[in-house]
Write a protein that binds this ligand. Structure first.
Ligand SMILES: [Zn+2]
Length: 258
């Protein structure tokens, strides 16, 4: 189903309302992780999400597609149902809320409708921090997500933009995940210590069969655990997860040298 911005609002609102009400005002930070496929956010930045949940922050994941095309042994419909169940388990383990976009795996496009849809999610969730895909990727859905999310953050902040929800200007930063599929030009910039959250991350990530093995030949669990050790070593910690930011976000304005 392709997106028509307005018609997509109702089911999302129904899904989100209970948790929105429960969480209102509870956390200083709200981290919204937006992935192209269910599993992207958990596998790459689940440990950061677990850490923020442990710090008392609100954590929300938006999966734009279920990534239902990734299992050659199952129909997309059947695997999509499985992925949704797995995503709900992973969210529960992380202490996160899970939202699902309406797109099909492989059919995500950088359209105005998609940006308006995500902008409406941002207006409702009111994140302080947004985490999503880096700009370059092997997967077109990932690159589309990067562009959709950046357009949506701007759109959500504009008073004049057409929306049923009030504008949200509270996004302090957009951060990009360290994803093996999105590695071209990715340079780690921020390192978040996740030493105490790796066990929770592992429990959440392994809710997905594709992470446990047997669907994809890529060794997800080993790769991301080893990567967390490598990033941790560079950060002087046991385990860390790295994030990239846009070049303009690296500007530091000082009155004198530090
Ligand atoms: Zn993906």
């Amino acid at each position: 189903m392709r997106a028509r911005g307005r018609s997509l609002r109702a089911p999302l609102a129904a899904l989100a309302l209970a948790s929105l009400a429960a969480a209102a005002g509870a956390a200083d930070r709200t981290v919204l992780a937006i992935g192209a496929h269910a599993g992207d956010a958990e596998v790459t930045t689940g440990a950061i999400l677990a850490r923020h949940k442990r710090l008392g922050d609100r954590v929300v994941m938006l999966h734009l597609t279920l990534g239902e095309g990734g299992n050659p042994k199952m129909s997309p419909a059947a695997y999509g149902e499985q992925k949704k169940r797995e995503a709900l388990v992973a969210a529960r383990v992380l202490g996160a809320e899970a939202l699902f976009g309406p797109w099909k795996d492989g059919e995500l496009r950088d359209t105005e409708d998609a940006a308006r849809y995500v902008a409406d999610v941002i207006r409702q969730v009111k994140p302080t921090h947004v985490v999503t895909h880096w700009k370059s990727s092997l997967h077109p859905d990932h690159e589309a997500t990067h562009r959709i999310v950046n357009a949506a953050v701007l759109l959500a902040s504009l008073e004049g933009a057409e929306s049923a929800y009030p504008r949200h200007r509270g996004v302090r930063g957009v951060y990009y995940a360290d994803n093996w599929e999105d590695a071209e030009g990715f340079t780690p910039y921020l390192y978040v210590d996740v030493t105490e959250d790796l066990t929770t991350w592992k429990a959440a990530a392994t809710a997905y069969e594709f992470v446990r093995g047997g669907i994809s030949p890529f060794p997800y669990l080993e790769y991301y655990e080893a990567l967390a050790r490598v990033r941790g070593a560079l950060a002087g910690r046991r385990f860390a997860v790295a994030l990239e930011v846009d070049p303009f976000a690296k500007r530091r304005i000082l009155d004198a040298l530090p």
